[in-house]
Design a protein around this ligand. Sequence first.
Ligand code: FRU
Length: 527
Amino acid sequence: MVKTIKNRGLGVFILLCLVCVFGCKQDLKQEVIEEEVNATGYFIEHYRSQFHFTPEEKWMNDPNGLVYKDSLYHLFYQYYPDSTIWGPMHWGHAVSRDMMDWKHKPVALFPDEHGFIFSGSAVVDYENTSGFGTDDNPAMVAIFTYHDAESEIAGNNNFQTQGIAYSLDNGDNWVKYQANPVIENAGFKDFRDPKVFWNKKEQNWSMLLVAGDHLQIWKSDNLKEWYKVSEFGKDKGTHGGVWECPDLFPLKIEGTEEVKWVLLISINPGAPNGGSGTQYFIGDFDGSTFTTDQEESKWIDLGRDNYAGVTYNGTPNNERVFIGWMSNWDYASDTPTEKWRGSMTVPRTLTLQKVGRDVSLFNYPLKSFEKHVALAYPESLIEILPTRKRIIPLKYSNQSKIQFTLKSPNVQVYFKNKNGDSLSIDLNRNKKLVTFDRRKSGKVDFNEKFSKGVQQMNISDLTDDPIEIVMLLDHSSIELFINGGQYVMTNQIFPTEFFRSISIVNTSEVELKIDDFTEHKVERVWD
Ligand code: FRU
């Protein structure tokens, strides 16, 4: 976007010169055409997402410092500006008014003598507890992990510490706190990803930190001095890998007045379909300690590509908005994009909903996503006999929202293109299973962990009947939402050309009935 504006500026300048020197209408026309070509040439590389956030170039992983201030949503992110492979981490930065239409900003935080800048969070210090700002101009404070790579290589186990920095101009310029680090490491090899939020009950700051196999909760009055108050999780949840990127927030159970707290913990490896994934716990937080009686592991997304997701601090109306990194450490460094690597999920609203006697965390594209959904091509009621299929052409070149209502038990859909790529999603209510198969979906051979194996998601608690299916297809991803986000699968895909059709196959013994099948175009957000 920045580049487009620059190009436009240069275009206008050249145009004026030409008009002055030649005063010739023909030249003017030529310039206008060239300017248009430049404007539309931005962000259209092969596989470039058109409605998901990606950096202009180079490597990106986790979302960091999600915070709302003065009508702007800030997205900071793990960024390496020198390569498309992970390296010394910085915080990249972007801003948006609706979390869809982003403007890239200069790099916010650079590594320093304490190390690389790993993941963390940001708050607005409205009460000026830190003294970094003033009452009129509260500071934005970033809290992050320092990763000292030299100390790690030297064989130490205290190379991750926590640091802070502040900005008085809405994230454009940052000052690192001179007494960093604010939390030293007592000997945990993995000790990182601070999430800080204002603790209303205690009127102070809470920090969540992960230490290998568990969560620690710390407190502070001023964001500078911290003390530990509790631990959670050594004997809870899944432990197939290291715990990372925690988050904790209250949500009202829809349709009731009851409030529960939700704890998000990313884990790598150890996700049900392999590699990186995000588990959640529903419980209570008394201001110091998180407790839960949840026995089984629950996952926010059963696809392969939604990791390190966290939620915004300070959103209007307490809406809980989540953004995840749309990749998996199993193959993140090998995906076949050239100029950049890494993309974020569509921002999602989180809600707690009753499912039978249990409560589940639903995640679904936020309302402002709908503003970018344009033209629609609805089909009338689709009825297909057992073992038969119907082929429906796709019109929007891998940039669409496809939705339908399934009124019979099972359905399998295939996305297909002229090169023979094929992506299959099989929803089988008899087996209580969704099977997602991207093994032949295009370019897959860049990493065995990507090209092998199908993904499965148990759907035994499906609430509604008929069920609503929504699929968001962008140039290198597909996000599947079942029943308003009760079950979700997010996956990267790299088809060699656009999917031209979707085949709908009846895999049950009764007639298949689908209502309201619609393919909508989703507008590109980079103009
Ligand atoms: C999660 C993570 C974090 C860490 C960051 C480093 O993907 O491993 O735990 O802070 O990435 O880039």
